[in-house]
Design a binder for this molecule. Structure first.
Ligand code: NAD
Length: 517
């Protein structure tokens, strides 16, 4: 039933994460239930099957929802700072297991080991944030218009939060949601991407241990596995008041309609089409590092990856040459080898999308500056290693308007004032991340002004990719409008209640309305 891996190091990693038992040899021996279709997790690193898990059946989903609903009754009445204490313990476990979990993220998803560790660090950071937040879930008090009355608002948990996540941040996005939802008093049901089910199981095991140690029901954290059909069980389910969904815009439109049809809430974190504006006052070295990391990091598979560079015509050739040179130094290969800059894309479908983008941009009139291609031979057996490519293109090309989830970077020129670059940068359907490289204060402020970037994230002298957890994360337009992570993003996980208390013996009505009996 279960697949095996001959990779002893990966077997050790799975043991450290308690996904397989200590005496399992190199077999991953994993099976989550006796029914359901099998989903096999295939590593894009070497093309090997890591393990198979079973897809959650509708009957199993029903049990999970009931378990979560029961757990909510216990969890919601626990004081928030005590819930924060449980999240603190969960965080201790993440710190202890940072290396194996980072390694599994890298092996199952294909991002570099450093980025895998970074992803676990993001989990640690959001848990720290959530622990502090557990003592700050505040509402406002207002002055009542009626004498002897007090008015205030308070926040209560929503109940079951459904989390649907994408393959590219297989663990961090879950923790952004779950760490906040937990301290808010919600319970969570998570459906990870069907492309990365094992990291999901690893996280669930960690959470389950911590809840058990605190004599708390495991249903506070639930895991379901499978493709979109399993996700739909949650989006259609009225017992799930909030669905937080991360993934493509195509998926987000379906989720929004299904959840909206039952007047549920959805938090959407969808595709991006992010640009860096490079002005004549930019620092060339910073621009090159920011643009290259943004475009090739995670093999161009971040929602915040840099897709477009909008360069002032006066410095266009200089910036173009420097970036093309930098691409010449990139090392592509096994992401667990820290000497490599670029690992594989997730699967062969992603390779096809990448190839299609390069064909299409030429058909539309673009010019290839750095040739792409699929790597073959030793070390590239998975067929998922592609060369980061650069093309000169125009913003209105259909392919440029589209998010290709692969390392393809489009270069384009602007002339005149920075407003012309901002118009290009805003001239796409997505609105996630944006950046300007400039040492000119006036240009930077115009980029950040009300007439500037229309994205959820706008950076100065930083690339588009890589956000800290302290700020709210998300984007506008087809990116979905959701906000997760820091700032006051926690409010979406709670319901707001306004309370008015009368401490007199009279019953005056609001707006001075008279009603005497
Ligand atoms: P995807 O849309 O194919 O799948 C994402 C998740 O949605 C998976 O778990 C999938 O099973 C589920 N799903 C798909 N259709 C569904 C439906 N109709 N109902 C319920 N669930 C459904 O995305 P992907 O390929 O895994 O990830 C890449 C995409 O995610 C990119 O577009 C990227 O920009 C986006 N992304 C956005 C953010 C963000 O914060 N804005 C973060 C990470 C990834």
């Amino acid at each position: 039933m279960a697949q095996t891996t001959d990779n002893a190091a990966i077997a050790e990693t799975l043991k450290a994460l308690e996904i397989i038992s200590e005496n399992a040899g190199t077999s991953t021996g994993l099976q989550t239930s006796n029914s359901g279709t099998l989903i096999t997790s295939v590593s894009p690193v070497d093309g090997k099957d890591i393990a198979s898990v079973t897809q959650t059946t509708p009957e199993e989903y029903e049990q999970v929802v009931q378990t979560a609903a029961e757990a909510f009754k216990v969890w919601r009445v626990m004081p928030a700072p005590q819930r924060g204490e449980v999240v603190r313990q969960f965080n201790e476990e993440l710190r202890r297991l940072k290396e194996p979990l980072g390694k599994l993220v890298s092996y199952e998803m294909g991002k570099s080991y450093q980025e895998g560790l970074g992803e676990v660090q993001e989990m640690i950071d959001i848990c720290d944030f959530a622990v502090g937040l557990s003592r700050q879930l505040h509402g406002l008090t207002m002055h009542s218009e009626r004498p002897g009355h007090r008015m205030y608002e308070q926040y209560h948990p929503l109940g079951i939060v459904g989390i649907i996540s994408a393959f590219n941040f297989p663990v961090a996005v879950w923790s952004w949601n779950t760490a906040l939802a937990w301290v808010c008093g919600d319970v969570c049901i998570w459906k990870p991407s069907e492309k990365t089910p094992l990291t999901g199981i690893a996280c669930q095991k960690i959470a389950a241990r911590v809840f058990a140690k605190n004599n708390l029901p495991e249903g506070i954290s639930c895991l379901i596995n499978g493709d979109y059909t399993v996700g739909e069980l949650m989006t259609k389910d009225e017992r799930v008041p909030l669905v937080s969904a991360t993934g493509s815009t195509r998926m987000g439109k379906q989720v929004a309609q299904t959840v909206g049809a039952r007047l549920g809430k959805s938090l959407l974190e969808l595709g991006g089409n992010n640009a860096i504006i490079v002005t004549p006052d930019s620092d060339l070295k910073m621009t090159v590092i920011g643009a290259v990391f943004g475009a090739v990091g995670t093999a161009g598979q971040r929602c915040t990856s840099t897709r477009r560079l909008i360069i002032h015509e006066s410095i266009y050739d200089k910036v173009k040459n420097a970036i093309v040179d930098a691409y010449g130094q990139l090392r592509i290969g096994n992401p667990l080898d820290e000497n490599n800059h670029v690992g594989p894309v997730i699967d062969k479908d992603a390779v096809k999308n990448y190839q299609n983008a390069l064909t299409k941009v030429v058909e539309e009139g673009g010019k290839i500056l750095v040739e792409g291609g699929v790597l073959e031979g030793e070390g590239y057996e998975s067929g998922c290693y592609v060369k980061p490519a650069i093309a000169e293109a125009e913003n209105h090309y259909e392919i440029v308007q589209h998010e290709t989830f692969a390392p393809v970077l489009y270069l384009m020129k602007y002339s005149g004032e920075v407003e012309n670059a901002i118009e290009l940068q805003n001239g796409v359907r997505q609105g996630l991340s944006s950046a300007i490289m400039t040492n000119n204060l006036r240009e930077a402020e115009r980029f950040l002004s009300v007439a500037g970037s229309d994205c959820g994230i706008a950076n100065v002298n930083i690339g588009t990719s890589g956000a800290e957890i302290g700020g709210a994360f998300g984007g506008e337009k087809e990116t979905g409008g959701g906000r997760e992570s820091g700032s006051d993003a926690w409010k979406v996980y709670m319901r707001r209640q306004t309370n008015t208390i009368n401490y007199t013996t009279e019953l005056p009505l609001a707006q001075g309305i008279k009603f005497d009996l």
